[in-house]
Write a protein that binds this ligand. Structure first.
Ligand code: AR6
Length: 337
């Protein structure tokens, strides 16, 4: 997947380049800068001394010495001074310049820490949004795997309002497996008075999901067609009027996965990939279920991941990165993995 958000020590990553949140001298410091210099060894400092420092918002590249990656890209983030002093532009520039350097140097994978979000005081949620937006924009025109490395989970915050909303939705909808079995064993008539569906599957979903009006037009158009996933996907892309590339980029799915889906007859995409496409195509809940069914998947009430996806589909929130931030916060696998 082109953009991963992971929790790791960046000095341990074996990608082509890691990015260092440095200061203008490039001569080392605390935080991630200190950790990178320590792990790379003294030769990194020797090379940094030859670089003549670095302006805020700019980036420079060195070798990685004892680190498991090949290069270190040093960038200098802005110090947070309330947000009205050009901090956002400078932070965006850090990501853009670092990605441009990575590209120039043939890097296929790059890992960023959350620049400026430590000693330099940039609020972590805002720093994360800038990182995600700037990197996604770059990935629309470039093939690269980019990691945003979040050191501690506490530093990773989706807005409190969104978190509370999703939590409430999970609480209202989550059916733990034992509880589900117990309820399913109850006599059928308890359910039949509430809806006409079969006990044990759809009934539960219809009853528990918010009764939002669903757009079923695409479902109608696809009804009774026994197409496989690739064919259904292509039809949906046409119906939505976007290009194949726009679709897989928006789904945060790699070009390789796209080619496999389209060219390997027996290739079965993961549930995660199918949902990523559903989000990219801005499908409704019903349409998503239809797409999932072409590969034999469904959404379940005993799976937090599924409930979070359902929440976003019902709320028509299709920003895959917001969804991924939320999944991460709830300890679920992110989309596009
Ligand atoms: N791996 C991944 N992320 C880390 C690691 C690690 N090993 N260590 C810290 N972080 P900071 P800044 C996270 O303070 O705010 C230095 O002294 C950390 O949790 O390293 O840009 C420089 O020399 C935080 O979210 O960088 C500069 O003087 C993020 O990395 C100044 O600090 C960035 O925190 C730069 O400050």
């Amino acid at each position: 997947m082109p953009l991963h958000i992971i929790r790791q020590d960046i000095t341990k990553l074996e990608c082509d380049a890691i990015v260092n949140a440095a200061n203008n001298t490039l001569l080392g410091g605390g935080g991630v800068d200190g950790a990178i210099h320590k792990a790379a060894g003294g030769k990194l400092l020797e090379e940094c001394k030859t670089l003549d420092g670095c302006d805020t918002g700019d980036a420079k590249i060195t070798k990685a010495y004892n680190l498991p990656c090949k290069h270190v890209i040093h960038t200098v983030g802005p110090i947070w001074r309330g947000g009205e002093n050009g901090e956002k532009k400078l932070l965006e520039s850090c990501y853009k310049k670092s990605l441009a350097l990575a590209k120039e140097n043939g890097c296929e994978s790059v890992a960023f820490p959350l620049i400026s979000s430590g000693v330099y005081g940039y609020p972590k949620d805002k720093a994360l949004s800038v990182a995600v937006e700037t990197i996604s924009e770059f990935l629309f025109d470039n093939e690269m795997t980019v990691y945003i490395v979040v050191f501690d989970k506490a530093s990773y915050q989706i807005s409190e309002e969104l978190f509370d909303d999703v939590q409430e939705y999970i609480d209202d909808n989550y059916v733990d497996e034992k509880e589900e079995r117990r309820l399913y064993n109850r006599p059928r008539r308890i359910f039949s008075s509430e809806c006409d569906f079969e006990v044990g599957s759809v009934c539960f979903e219809e009853k528990l999901a918010s009764p939002k009006k669903l757009d079923v037009s695409l479902i109608d158009m696809l009804a009774n067609i026994d197409d496989n996933f690739a064919v259904t996907l292509l039809k949906l892309i046409d119906l939505k009027g976007i290009t194949d590339v726009e679709c897989y980029k928006k789904a945060n799915v790699s070009k390789q996965t796209w080619y496999k889906i389209m060219n390997e007859k027996d290739y079965k995409p993961s549930k995660n990939t199918v949902i990523s496409f559903a989000i990219a195509l801005e499908l409704s809940l019903e349409e998503t279920k239809h797409l999932l069914s072409t590969v034999g998947f469904t959404l379940s009430k005993s799976n937090k991941f599924d409930i979070i996806i359902e929440y976003f589909l019902l709320n028509e929130e299709y920003n895959i990165f917001t969804i991924n931030e939320t999944l991460f916060k709830f300890d679920q696998v992110c989309l596009g993995v």
